[in-house]
Write a protein that binds this ligand. Structure first.
Ligand code: HEM
Length: 417
């Protein structure tokens, strides 16, 4: 380890156990203990410098100083991300692949997805009105899976929806786990890569037609920097990089319903697009999802009297940055108004990464996430009425990723007159 005398060292043989015991608050707890915005620790068998806060995020997204190659453990690539995807690329290769994603996620396409998800929610109402209760998380996974596959040009039979949606969710569920949850995610990825890989091949050979402009068509015929099409596996990984995270917006949607339930005073204050957007942003800030991000030091430098050495693993705290007292007034309060008061910057609000998505690794799907969450909020508030029966709505800050225990049950659902 770089022994930096003035930098707090979390002195244990390996902190991995503490990480699994403290989850989302692992980094923040130590920042508070050491009154610092960085410390060194041994995690998952290697040394890491953990950093948190707006300035730390700005540093982390400096591509002169950091690279992604070698930063994502193989076990995460084989479950969550896939091998060879945009997340692990750097420099020109990353810029070129990132343009592919951004070309599919224009404001017009984002709006289309918002409209489509509203349509898909509405289609569920006949069945919901007859059901004793529904579990919103389970419904959301399926609704989002139907929505994103239709938009992406991916054929999906109704009988496949539940299984495919579950597989996408399992890949994400695997990131914070060892043992059965991890292996379930790996199996789900293998299955999805086979399925999506064969769709890519069928489109390329003309056996399956895909409309120009759909992600299936765009990715199948995308040419890499070498002028060649992506190999089938990489193309499948990248199409899954569109489908999987969109299905998993279901986590934020479940928290959105919880926020509405716990703060019912906002129900009458969601009439304008601006108000709905502020509410959605506060859901993305307040509730935990991605815990932290990893990168490796590209060349030696010093920051806050800490020497960062080439190859060193650095972890940026997402949850702690979104709850940083220096940046957010009363961060533990759920207060959407803060987003109407201009509280955000490219680096202090990082639920889907920080900086500029065109030049760095920031998530290209934020617009899709916000549009789908706004449409769903409108649906929950303005289009239906429902009861929230007695249930366990608590969520763990230790389990990663987390969710309200009951998945958010709703009963007596009916259309608003
Ligand atoms: C629940 C909503 C979502 C969350 C919490 C989320 C979170 C994130 C985070 C934390 C990153 C990493 C940023 C970094 O490495 O610096 C990321 C990257 C990425 N996200 Fe999302 N995301 C979400 C939705 C989406 C959607 C809807 C899509 C696509 C339709 C998407 C596609 C991607 C891709 C392709 C990357 C890799 C970008 C790169 O490496 O340049 N995400 N996301």
């Amino acid at each position: 380890m770089t022994m930096n005398n003035d930098v707090p060292q979390d002195k244990s043989l390996d902190n991995s156990l503490a990480l699994y015991q403290e989850g989302y608050q692992f980094i923040q707890n130590r920042m508070e203990k050491y009154q610092s915005d960085l410390f060194e620790a041994r995690l998952l068998g290697q040394n890491a410098v953990c950093i948190s806060g707006e300035e730390a995020a700005e540093l982390f997204y400096n591509t002169e100083l950091f690279r992604r190659e070698g930063a994502v453990p193989k076990r995460i690539q084989k479950s969550l991300f896939g091998v060879g995807g945009v997340q692990t690329l750097d420099g020109k290769q990353h810029d070129h692949r990132k343009k592919l994603f951004l070309s599919m996620m224009t404001p017009l396409e984002e709006k289309k997805l918002g409209e489509l998800v509203l349509e898909k929610w509405t289609e569920r109402l006949d069945q919901w009105e007859l059901a004793e209760h529904i579990v919103l998380f389970d419904e959301a996974k399926e609704v989002l899976c139907r929505t994103v596959c239709q938009w992406a040009g991916v054929p999906l039979k109704e009988a496949e929806v539940a299984e495919r949606a579950d597989d996408f969710a399992s890949m994400v569920d695997a990131f914070g786990a060892v043992g059965p949850r991890h292996w379930k995610g790996r199996r789900a990825r293998t299955k999805a890569e086979e399925w999506v890989g064969s769709l890519i091949e069928d489109v390329r050979t003309g056996k399956l037609s895909a409309r120009e402009g759909t992600p299936l068509h765009t990715i199948a015929f995308h040419k890499d920097l070498n002028g060649e099409r992506l190999d089938t596996h990489t193309a499948a990984v990248e199409l899954i990089n569109v489908l999987r995270p969109t299905v998993v917006i279901s986590v934020f949607i479940t928290f959105e319903a919880l926020a509405l339930h716990e703060h019912p005073q906002y129900r009458t204050r969601l009439t304008t697009d601006e108000e709905r957007e502020a509410f959605v942003q506060e859901v993305r800030r307040y509730y935990p999802f991605g815990p932290f991000l990893g990168a490796r030091v590209k060349k030696d430098f010093t920051w806050r009297e800490c020497d960062f050495k080439e190859g060193q693993l650095v972890l940026l705290d997402i949850y702690g940055t979104n709850h940083d007292e220096k940046e957010w007034e009363e961060p533990a309060q759920f207060r959407p108004e803060r987003f109407q008061e201009g509280a955000r910057s490219l680096f202090n609000f990082i639920p889907q990464g920080g900086g500029d998505p065109t030049t760095g690794h920031r998530c290209p799907g934020e617009g899709i996430t916000v549009e789908m969450m706004k449409a769903t909020l409108d649906f929950l508030v303005n289009q239906i009425e429902y009861e929230v029966p007695e249930q366990d709505l608590s969520f763990s800050l230790v389990k990663m990723p987390t969710l309200p225990a009951s998945g958010f049950m709703m009963s007596q659902i009916r259309r608003k007159a």
